[in-house]
Design a protein. Structure first.
Length: 756
């Protein structure tokens, strides 16, 4: 280590293998200050401008954005955001051709510039030494800084490390012909570059900071020496001009003598390399809060009337740069060749709308005289003569001729064995090839194919991992389902067992329920039967009551008969008592007549109601139909007639008795007449009471006899009853005349005399 530092302090550096000394052609732009270009009308910003992954969009079409506003973001460490280089409107988001040898199209954000160049609010840092390492790294990451020397590796990852760093190497070699962007940047922005280097020193704290710069940049050397004169930790290392001294590994070799082996990184040797343009971007980001939205681009070539370095906003179309630098085509009808990058490491762009990105350091528009091969569409390639010159100049100590055979054969494994990816695309081999074989183009295509295949392999591996994970997940879910089903089955079985254990109760409950239903049904049936029984019982009771009523009625009738029979006997005894003292014939005759009359009336009165009752009952019992109602009406009429007859009978008797009394002069006759009168009155009262019930029954029957026949039958019955009464009256008058004719003395008069 001490030997290395001593050699550095003595400016005794090392040399790397190979290399060439092509014409520099730097004077076209090296003596001109960096030009500030006018704003283009439109900016085209690819989402990915670095090694890594593109970020996620934060804007949509139509959004108004301010200068410095982030357009993408991502939590992926290998992603750096992009920002709006100026204010404007997001006019489109679509795929567009990007700055790449393959002329691939990638997703780009199109911004229509509003020419106001309005900044978003910024936070200027007055003293970055007070910032923590995390804050610095965060600022670098948020600013979207990637290596500006050509590789485009995310800077925040590169500087976010804490191993022991021996050397922080600042790459200021800029060995590519024509390119003077870093040279002019160092001349004009040496203080800002040194601020960036100080920030890196604060982060990495290396043992020594080495600024490697070729000796063909005297103004830049002076500017750096002036800016670092008070910084002991920084060494300005001026190295001989040799292409590609600006290569990372080559510069490490030159300054430290260390060789970074294939597949190894400089950090493994305690070395970190940063480009001077990256240091300037770090300073802008940490101190001025300006993201990476611009860079110095060398626009050169003899096809330009005013080639020079310009401050170009990222996303500026190449056509705009050419216009600003006085592009003139030698052939108006021919498409001028434009190369992005230097003549050795650059590539021809087929569309002048290709934008400037973070890794774009040069736009070369050569004249036909200057670079005839760029205008020659016909390939001058011939077979390799195995001269070996390509291997002699290869700084990576590769076998270019071998790789070109494998590249043509697409033998990727062999290319990997030949360390294809150690090739830095310097183009030195192609530059010296006598067969004019575009070796670098073959390597680039091979690298792209291998990367693509690696991406496919990675995707396939990820898909395989996802498939295996899915398979495991499905198996796990299946096992979980089976376990769940087992548990559910066990739970069901336990429930069934429990139910079985409680089965008696359950069965009993069911049986009880069935029994209740059955009982209820039986009860309903019983209830249905109960009315029948009740009815029967009621019928029985009714029958009993009817029997009792009949018995009472019969008894009453018997009692009535007895009373009626008793009354005539009393009358007879009275008559006998009246006649016995008289001992005369008329009295006895009158008594006999009265007795006979009373007996006859009694019999008649007894027979009539019973007969009428039977008839009415028969009629009522038979009155289910019309004929029955007619019969009932007839019976009623008949009963009514009898009743009227009976009513009229006493009056007739009374008249007859009065006539007998008035005509009887004797006491006996008047007694007999009085007896007859009383008997008649009593019979009248009986007859009057009995027919009333008959009348009610008859009325009920009559009320049902509405037709003509019933009325006719009633009229017939009435006529018969009237005839019967008339016959009876005639018979009684006949009897009275017979008695009066048989004896001159009136029995009634005898009776009256006896009473007096
Ligand atoms: S093989 Fe690669 S590294 Fe070697 S000289 Fe050719 S381009 Fe350069
Ligand atoms: S320089 Fe060209 S011709 Fe010579 S060995 Fe290499 S590839 Fe072949």
């Amino acid at each position: 280590m001490n030997t290395i530092i001593e050699r550095i302090n003595q400016h005794h550096f090392w040399n790397f293998h190979g290399g060439i000394h092509p014409p520099e052609q730097k004077t076209l732009t090296s003596n001109k200050p960096i030009k500030q270009l006018s704003l283009p009308k439109q900016l085209i910003l690819p989402l990915q401008q670095h090694i890594g992954s593109p970020g996620d969009l934060l804007v949509n079409v139509g959004d108004k954005v301010l200068k410095g506003q982030p357009l993408t973001k991502s939590t992926n460490p290998m992603t750096v955001p992009i920002h709006a280089p100026t204010s404007g409107i997001i006019s489109d988001i679509k795929k567009s051709v990007i700055a790449h040898p393959s002329a691939l199209s990638e997703l780009c954000v199109f911004i229509d510039v509003d020419f106001e160049d309005t900044w978003q609010p910024r936070n200027i840092c007055q003293d970055f030494t007070k910032l923590s390492s995390e804050q610095i790294v965060s600022k670098i990451a948020d600013a979207g800084i990637a290596g500006m020397g050509g590789a485009g590796f995310p800077t925040h990852i590169k500087v976010n490390t804490k191993p022991n760093i021996d050397f922080l190497i600042i790459n200021a070699a800029e060995c590519e012909p024509y390119i003077t962007a870093d040279d002019l940047l160092m001349c004009e922005q040496s203080e800002a570059i040194i601020d960036g280097i100080k920030i890196l020193d604060q982060l990495l704290n290396p043992t020594l900071i080495l600024i490697g710069i070729e000796d063909n940049k005297p103004k830049a050397i002076k500017a750096l020496e002036h800016a670092t004169k008070n910084i002991d930790k920084i060494r300005i290392c001026v190295v001989p001009t040799k292409y590609p001294a600006g290569g990372e590994k080559q510069l490490i070799k030159i300054l430290t003598g260390k060789e970074i082996k294939s597949g190894a990184l400089p950090i493994h040797s305690g070395i970190i390399v940063q480009n001077v343009a990256t240091c300037f971007a770090i300073s802008d980001a940490v101190i001025n809060d300006i993201p990476l939205i611009r860079r110095v681009v060398t626009v050169t070539g003899q096809a330009l009337s005013n080639p020079q370095n310009v401050w170009a906003l990222l996303g500026t179309p190449v056509s705009h740069l050419l216009e600003q630098t006085g592009f003139t085509s030698e052939s108006p009808n021919a498409t001028p060749p434009v190369i992005m990058g230097g003549p050795l490491m650059g590539f021809t762009i087929l569309n002048e709308l290709v934008p400037i990105v973070k890794t774009s350091n040069c736009i070369l528009a050569p004249s036909k005289k200057e670079m005839p091969s760029a205008f020659d569409n016909n390939s001058n390639e011939v077979e390799c003569i195995r001269c070996g010159q390509c291997a002699e100049v290869c700084p990576s100590q590769l076998l270019p001729q071998e790789m070109q055979w494998s590249a043509k054969a697409k033998d990727h494994p062999q290319l990997l064995k030949l360390n294809l990816f150690d090739c830095i695309d310097c183009g030195a081999c192609a530059y010296v090839c006598p067969s004019q074989i575009p070796l670098v183009q073959y390597y680039r295509v091979a690298k792209a194919e291998i990367r693509q295949q690696q991406q496919l392999d990675i995707k396939a591996e990820k898909a395989k991992v996802r498939f295996e994970a899915r398979k495991l997940r499905l198996e796990k879910e299946k096992a979980e389902r089976e376990e769940k089903h087992k548990k559910a089955a066990a739970a069901r079985k336990a429930t069934m067992d429990k139910k079985t254990a409680d089965g008696g109760t359950a069965s009993s409950a069911v049986a009880a329920a069935l029994a209740r239903v059955k009982a209820k049904k039986q009860a309903i049936e019983n209830n249905n039967d109960a009315p029948v029984a009740d009815t029967e019982e009621q019928n029985d009771k009714s029958q009993v009551q009817a029997a009792i009523a009949r018995a009472k009625a019969k008894k009453l009738m018997q009692k009535k008969n007895e009373q009626e029979q008793t009354l005539p006997s009393s009358d007879n005894s009275k008559v006998e008592q009246a006649t016995s003292p008289a001992d005369d014939k008329k009295a006895r005759i009158a008594a006999a007549i009265a007795k006979a009359k009373a007996k006859k009336n009694n019999e008649q009165e007894h027979s009539l109601p019973s007969s009428d009752d039977n008839q009415v009952e028969q009629v009522i019992n038979q009155t289910d139909d019309k004929k029955a109602r007619i019969a009932a009406a007839v019976a009623k009429a008949k009963a009514k007639k009898n009743s009227e007859k009976e009513h009229s009978l006493p009056s007739s008797d009374n008249n007859q008795a009065e006539q007998a009394i008035s005509q009887a002069d004797d006491k006996k006759t008047r007694i007999a007449a009085a007896v007859a009168k009383a008997k008649a009155k009593k019979n009248s009262e009986k007859e009057h009471s009995l027919p009333s019930s008959d009348d009610n029954q008859a009325e009920q029957a009559t009320s049902q006899a509405d037709d003509k026949k019933a009325r006719i039958a009633a009229a017939v019955a009435k006529a018969k009853a009237k005839a019967k009464v008339n016959a009876k009256k005639a018979q009684e008058q006949k009897d009275l005349l017979q008695v009066s004719n048989s004896d001159n003395t009136s029995p009634l008069k005898s009776s009256n005399e006896e009473l007096e």
